[in-house]
Design a protein. Structure first.
Length: 143
């Protein structure tokens, strides 16, 4: 892997940028899905010039961060079989229904299509600001 070109990795939601010489683990599978499957919630912008990179895989469109939309790790994305379907996300004693619009690629990264970010782990629900707001998840910034 190599460092992204200057200014080419958008760190809008505390996104990691690929590091020169670092190797990243990739995954093709995700944990089995049930009503109790645990996932790691990350934040992503699905808007143009957001840290999500290219338009969403499901519909080749950008989406407002005010809409409850998500990208799923490659295994859960399941070759697009969950595209434009809704999932229920539970956390903080609350729940939200969000539309699957994209893949959080667990097999590739560190290129312009992936905003020069590393591959996703296999248990990611990469969610818009609207999902975080509905779950009342607080965002803290490191100082």
């Amino acid at each position: 892997m190599e460092n992204p070109p200057p200014g080419q990795c958008n760190q809008e939601n505390d996104s990691d940028c690929c590091k020169d010489g670092k190797w990243y683990t990739t995954y093709k599978c995700s944990p089995p899905v049930s009503s109790q499957t645990k996932a790691t919630l990350t934040r992503n912008s699905f808007e143009p010039d957001g840290d999500g990179g290219a338009p969403s895989e499901c519909d080749n469109q950008y989406h407002s961060d005010d809409d409850p939309v998500v990208a799923l790790s490659t295994g859960w994305y399941n070759n697009g079989k969950r595209c434009l379907n809704y999932i229920n996300i539970h956390g903080n004693g609350r729940s939200v229904r969000a539309k699957v619009v994209d893949e959080c690629d667990s097999t590739m990264g560190c290129d312009s299509d992936h905003d020069y970010q590393p591959p996703c782990p296999n248990n990611i629900v990469d969610a818009s600001k609207a999902v975080w707001k509905a779950l009342e998840v607080k965002i803290s910034c490191a100082s």
